[in-house]
Design a protein around this ligand. Structure first.
Ligand code: G1P
Length: 300
């Protein structure tokens, strides 16, 4: 039992990053030196996926270009003997990995986006990664951890983490029964509940392993929170028919759909970067002494 296909819904407008995302996809925003979507694809490959299915919209050509070969660039780097850069360019899409692009004609919600993947996914279990949830800092990438759980239990798995109660309105929130360390079986799931209505503070982050039954259930799903066809609501229906597990992954999640989360990802991953990490650390230390202690004077 293996997951071969990973779906990346990338058709969103990225309004929180305008004007940066006016002509370019939000998934192409770089964290240090790689776009968010490349981290997501790498994570899917590390979990064994071989076919990347992107659900796109008209303004997302930069994603297609990114995963395409650029022979002119490669020839130029080769002529200049820039082997490291050439390797970095080749690393974008390793051999044996293929990409499929499907247009989402209208943006009717995450559930609708996933349903657009049906022609590429067919009747296989599959992974979903939301690229703006960047997960790093663990021995094994998040989707590979989930894949281990999937192989052991043979059922759908959602990545979850505890969030502050006052933030439940930003997430799908699960009600679940613990079956092992960091692992529970979902009994209920609700999209973006108010704190007082949330069944717990265990939130779904952008990683799912799903069975193809979900497609039929999305078909039957009526618009929910935000008047969108929610994946969460289809998962609630799935849970009535099959086991759905919630897995508390190891690692740090950065909400790169928000400016603050995106900046944190850049700072923390910059600190770990082999090329600039040390220099950046010294720079930040210097900032603590000047900028951070007298921010008003500096900014004003
Ligand atoms: C989506 C899902 C939500 C999940 C979240 C994780 O919401 O609908 O259930 O908790 O991703 O990032 P979005 O952030 O797209 O509004």
């Amino acid at each position: 039992m293996r997951i071969r296909k990973a779906v990346f819904p990338v058709a969103g407008l990225g309004t929180r990053f305008l004007p940066a995302t006016k002509a370019s996809a939000k998934e192409m925003l770089p964290v240090v030196d790689k776009p968010l979507i490349q981290y997501a694809v790498k994570e899917a490959i590390a979990a064994g996926a071989e076919e990347m299915v992107f659900i796109t919209s008209h303004a997302k050509n930069s994603i297609m270009d990114h995963f395409d070969r650029d022979y002119e660039l490669e020839a130029a780097l080769e002529a200049k003997g820039k082997q490291e850069l050439l390797d970095a360019v080749h690393d974008v899409l390793p051999p044996g990995i293929s990409c499929v692009y499907i247009r989402q004609p209208e943006q009717l919600g995450l559930g609708h986006a996933i349903n657009c993947a049906l022609p590429a996914v067919g009747d296989q279990d599959f992974a979903v990664i939301l690229a703006d949830d960047l997960i790093a800092g663990s021995f094994q990438p998040c989707m590979a951890q989930m894949h281990r759980v999937y192989q052991e239990y043979g059922s759908s798995v959602l990545a979850v983490q505890r969030v502050p109660w006052e933030e439940t309105h930003k997430y799908g929130i699960v009600e679940s029964e613990q079956i092992g360390p960091g692992l529970s079986e979902i009994r209920g799931i609700v999209e973006k509940p108010k704190t007082e209505e949330a069944p717990s503070n265990l939130a779904v982050v952008g990683r799912y392993i799903l069975t193809p039954r979900i497609f039929r259930l999305i078909d039957r799903t009526k618009p929910g929170a935000g008047n969108e066809i929610q994946l969460t609501d289809a998962i609630e229906a799935l849970m009535g028919e099959q086991t759905v597990l919630a897995y508390e992954f190891e690692g740090t999640r950065y909400d790169c759909g928000s400016k603050f989360g995106y900046l944190k990802a850049n700072v923390e991953m910059g600190l770990q970067h082999p090329e600039i990490g040390d220099e950046f650390r010294d720079y930040l230390r210097g900032l603590t002494d000047s900028w951070l202690t007298t921010p008003d004077q500096k900014i004003g």
